[in-house]
Ligand binder design. Structure first.
Ligand code: AMP
Length: 511
């Protein structure tokens, strides 16, 4: 099938993709769309960059156009599950583009790390489609803010990543809540036995569509590895990034702290970069991605989880500063380059401790990766790096900016900015609020007041000798025989200034 006309899509959708300049369907689209329109379940094996989002979005929107029905409050008609916030956001954006000509289309995007109230309000209005990450969706289900009883189409995107991120239990909770007569579209970049087993649980007699042989890497990516000592990786990275052919580079680390460390060290040799990882707030992540997309920075340092949804064109290089310990992750990482028919380079730095991981990757790829030796004058070049003028850390600038807005976080909390500290558990659980709890006084103050009240209540009901939570320690009251009473009294008097509630463990943690 060579053009969109032959896919028999509704004219509203056809017009929208024409406007976007899509002249012909990609292979996954021409393979999957006719089956989806027929109502079949799909097991799709496709990596990002193949056009898989449109492969499930176009027939879904087509279904909504053909079967017009206003959704009831909190009862969406289609659910798309994605592993990360970035991917959820990107899917929503694509759906809006493809559905831009539709008279009415309401999409709610649901993910953690941001206020839940807005999402609850959005669900009340009624949505045709909900795009969600599993954790926040469960939270909303438990609050009664969404019901999955009217779902007609369920789509799981990047199912392998969902498994890697431990969402299996969440999926097992969510999917039984969806009617069995739904249509299910299951997409994964890899089809390892564990993914296949998962798919079998959720799909009903599916058609398998695969656009790349399973576990193959994008052929256009030129891969290389350099064996290097751990201590030399940073210098090697800086030297590579200074090469003129590096237009836009994505650097992968295994840990969040590792990502921050790389950013700091790059700044020391005059290279500006930003990091995205799970410890950054959604806004920080989005700002960093925008800066990268808009060419304000040419280096983005990321962990796997945060980088999963990145669809940015023109990434010329992917550097695996640390190679992943899950071999399939290597495929996802290098797939960030060589998108949209462009070529790209994926360069991995491998130290002694990572050789076993490399073996696993090569086993999965079924071929060896070309080895690049360290340049002969590496030591000399690395020394020369030290003479380069450092640049200011962009993250530091952000923090400074916050100070300049008048109220510091601490002030805004203690001065009664209630929105920032109140709210349901899941809101308090997000990164920014953890930060507030640690920094702000209100959390400490509240904990102290609660404990004081408990202590008073408990003591009221007890004879003197049995009083717990006295200024002494709880351990005194574990000894209940009269012989130890004297010693207990001594200890109850001693630590008058440093009562456990005021200066105890938890307080030290907050400081
Ligand atoms: P995806 O694999 O869904 O992440 O899509 C990768 C990129 O391909 C996105 O930027 C889409 O806008 C683009 N794309 C999807 N389908 C087509 C098409 N038929 N023609 C041209 N570009 C497309």
């Amino acid at each position: 099938m060579s053009d969109f006309k032959s896919l028999n899509l509704n004219s509203l959708i056809f017009n929208a993709i024409n406007k976007l300049g899509y002249s012909k369907p990609t292979p996954i689209q021409s393979e999957a769309i006719p089956h989806i329109i027929e109502g079949k379940d799909i097991l799709g094996i496709a990596q990002t960059g193949t056009g898989k989002t449109a492969a499930f979005s176009l027939p879904l929107l087509n279904h909504l156009c053909v079967n017009k029905l206003r959704p009831a409050a909190k009862e969406p008609r289609a659910l798309i599950l994605a592993p990360t916030r970035e991917l959820a956001y990107q899917i929503t954006k694509s759906l809006r583009d493809y559905g831009s000509e539709m008279e009415y289309l309401s999409i709610a995007t649901i993910y953690g790390g941001v206020s839940i109230k807005q999402q609850i309000n959005q669900l009340v209005r009624g949505n045709e489609i909900v795009v969600a990450t599993p954790g926040r969706l469960i939270d909303l289900i438990e609050r009664g803010s969404i019901s999955l009883g009217k779902i007609e189409v369920l789509i799981l995107d990047e199912a392998d990543q969902m498994m890697d991120m431990g969402f299996i239990h969440a999926l097992k909770k969510i999917i039984p809540l969806i009617p069995k007569n739904r249509q299910t579209l299951f997409f994964s970049a890899t089809m390892l036995p564990k993914i296949k087993k998962l798919a079998e649980q959720f799909l009903n007699n599916p058609v398998t569509v695969s656009v790349t042989p399973p576990n193959s890497t994008a052929k256009k990516v030129k891969q290389r590895i350099t064996f290097v000592n751990k201590a030399e990786k940073q210098d090697l990275l800086s030297l590579c990034l200074l090469e003129p052919d590096v237009l836009r580079a994505l650097v992968f680390t295994r840990t969040k702290h590792g990502a921050d460390r790389v950013v700091k060290r790059l700044a020391q040799v005059g290279l500006t970069s930003l990091a995205i990882h799970g410890n950054k707030s959604q806004n920080q992540r989005q700002r960093a991605l925008n800066a990268f997309r808009e060419d304000k920075i040419k280096i983005l340092v990321a962990t796997d989880v945060a980088a999963r949804g990145i669809d940015i064109e023109g990434i010329s290089h992917v550097f695996n500063y640390e190679i992943p310990n899950v071999p399939e992750q290597y495929i996802h990482r290098i797939g960030r380059t060589a998108r949209a028919d462009k070529s790209g380079i994926a360069h991995a730095f491998v130290d002694k401790s990572e050789r076993a991981y490399l073996k696993e990757i090569q086993k999965l790829l079924k071929n060896d990766i070309k080895v690049d030796e360290l340049p002969e004058d590496f030591m000399q070049k690395a020394r020369a790096l030290k003479t380069r003028a450092p640049v200011e850390l962009l993250q530091e600038v952000e923090k400074e900016g916050r100070k300049g807005r008048g109220k510091s976080r601490r002030k805004s909390i203690s001065s009664g900015d209630k929105n920032k500290t109140e709210g349901p558990k899941s809101e308090r659980d997000n990164n920014s609020n953890k930060y507030k709890k640690r920094d702000g006084k209100e959390g400490d103050q509240k904990a102290r007041t609660d404990t004081d009240q408990k202590r008073k209540q408990w003591n009221k009901d007890k004879p003197r000798g049995e009083r717990k939570f006295n200024k002494g320690k709880v351990r005194n009251f574990k000894k209940e025989d009269g012989a130890t009473f004297k010693t207990d009294r001594k200890t109850t008097k001693k630590p008058t200034k440093r009562s456990p509630t005021k200066y105890g463990k938890s307080n030290t943690k907050f400081r």
